[in-house]
Design a protein. Structure first.
Length: 463
């Protein structure tokens, strides 16, 4: 499970990193296009853990077998880690307090707690805005409402003016029935400023920026520990503001007049704490607006909105890339073969393992070592071998495994010790010879033609 979580984190980081790279290549294009790229990247990061259980796995050879198995097997114990009493071969290993399973549980608990904190902050803001919209605001005047409708505000929406302190600036909230909340000062605004603010907020409504901001918050809640996700969400919100500014300018508003109104709004609202800005889509969230002013006043800036072709292309990319990444998993590195010296060394080590296993059983009432994994058995026989190297396969990508069907079995139980597999070498490339140690202490190299008999011997169970 932990390897899946780690893979999801890495994949999400990769997706957002690729999105950031693409955005940097589009820095001279319209802000709406860069915003669409950020939306696609954050949506892909959210889809990866959802699609992973349902997409066929595609293994990518990036980890050696021993490291991959150590990550996937939380019960694996290497020599020196487990506490096993060699005098009692039938006893189970004593669990330690610092087991990988306990560490994984702790990490999952911390992840859940962080996600709840981020989600709780968003829900608290949503409740606050809902309260303002229902209890601490009044419907806008008829003239203001008529101005909003003339600018394209949908009839299903609501335009309200806050009657209490706490609203940092004008903002848009809601999706199916959008609400534009104006601060109490809006009743004294000049007509030019009111139209500029309404133009901006209506652009957010038409672009569905509330939904994209909600998407960014979900990504931050899921990957709250990943700074790349937070940076991506922040960049997406900044591009949404620039894209809304571009929509205002496309409507015919003079850039100099609009820049003057933004500057005045920054003076009025810039120092207020934007407590609700992560829920609604405000027109002003920070005192430093140099970047927005430069974009508004840039004579050569491209201000077109996204086209249907842009949206369809983003959907196609997300539909193809997200399942492909979700099905990509770390796999074992494939062996490319081994030399004659490696085969000879594997045979020598196998013989020592077979003899060490018999010596252990002789000291423990003729009972073979007990263990629920190869690592536990390796610890039991470790005093009977020269060094830890004997327990390791010299083959590229190979590893030595113990026949767990012999765990705790008496030496006299198997009817044919010379044909009973005790230790064997697992190699990804089975065309090469692989080493096997038998119950009577001898070892030999097996080729592919011996594999059926080997598999049959390995599958034999004993009481």
């Amino acid at each position: 499970m932990n390897i899946t979580v780690l893979e999801s984190i890495l994949k999400a980081t990769l997706v957002i990193g690729l999105g950031a790279l693409l955005v940097s290549r589009l820095r001279h294009q319209a802000a709406s296009l860069r915003h669409l790229v950020w939306i696609t990247s954050l949506a892909g990061a959210l889809l990866i853990p959802v699609l992973t259980p349902f997409v066929p796995a595609n293994r990518l050879a990036v980890l050696p077998p021993e490291k991959l198995d150590a990550v996937r097997d939380p019960t694996a114990v290497m020599p020196g880690d487990a506490k096993v009493n060699p005098a009692r071969p039938n006893s189970t290993p004593v669990a330690t307090n610092d087991s990988p399973l306990s560490a994984l549980t702790l990490l999952l608990t911390l992840w859940l707690a962080g996600g709840l904190v981020v989600s709780g902050r968003y829900l608290a803001g949503a409740v606050a805005i809902r309260r303002i919209a229902r209890r601490d605001s009044l419907p806008a005047t008829l003239s203001t409402t008529q101005t909003a409708q003339d600018l394209g505000f949908p009839s299903r929406g609501a335009l309200r003016v806050c009657s209490a302190e706490g609203l940092p600036s004008a903002m848009t909230w809601g999706l199916r029935r959008p609400v534009i909340l104006l601060p109490g000062e809006a009743n004294q605004w000049p007509q030019a400023r009111l139209e500029a603010v309404l133009h901006h907020e209506i652009a957010h409504v038409r672009r569905f920026d509330f939904a994209s901001q909600l998407l960014a918050e979900l990504a931050c809640a899921l990957y709250w520990f990943n700074p790349i996700v937070w940076l991506g969400a922040r960049a997406m919100r900044a591009e949404a503001e620039t894209a809304a500014d571009d929509a205002v300018l496309r409507s015919g508003v003079q850039p100099s007049a609009y820049a003057a109104e933004l500057l005045q709004l920054a003076a009025d609202f810039g120092r207020r704490r934007p407590t609700l800005s992560r829920v609604g889509v405000p027109i002003m969230v920070q005192p430093k607006i140099e970047t927005r002013l430069k974009s508004v006043l840039a004579p050569s800036a491209r201000r077109r909105g996204v086209t249907t072709a842009n949206v369809l292309a983003a959907l196609v990319i997300a539909a193809c890339a997200a399942p492909a990444l979700a099905g990509l998993h770390a796999g074992k590195q494939q062996a490319t073969g081994r030399s004659e010296d490696e085969s000879r060394e594997a045979l020598i080590r196998m013989k020592q393992l077979g003899i060490a296993t018999i010596m252990y059983a002789s000291d423990c009432d003729d009972r073979l070592p007990y263990g629920n994994s190869t690592a536990v058995v390796a610890k039991n026989i470790y005093p009977y071998i020269k060094n830890k190297t004997i327990l390791e396969s010299p083959g590229a990508g190979g590893r030595f495994l113990y026949n767990l069907h012999l765990s705790g079995v008496l030496l006299s139980t198997p009817p044919a010790p010379a044909e009973t597999v005790a230790w064997y070498e697992q190699l990804p490339n089975l065309k090469d010879p692989f080493a096997v140690a038998y119950m009577d202490g001898h070892a030999k190299l097996l080729k592919e033609g011996n594999r059926p008999a080997f598999k049959k011997a390995l599958a034999t169970k004993f009481k």
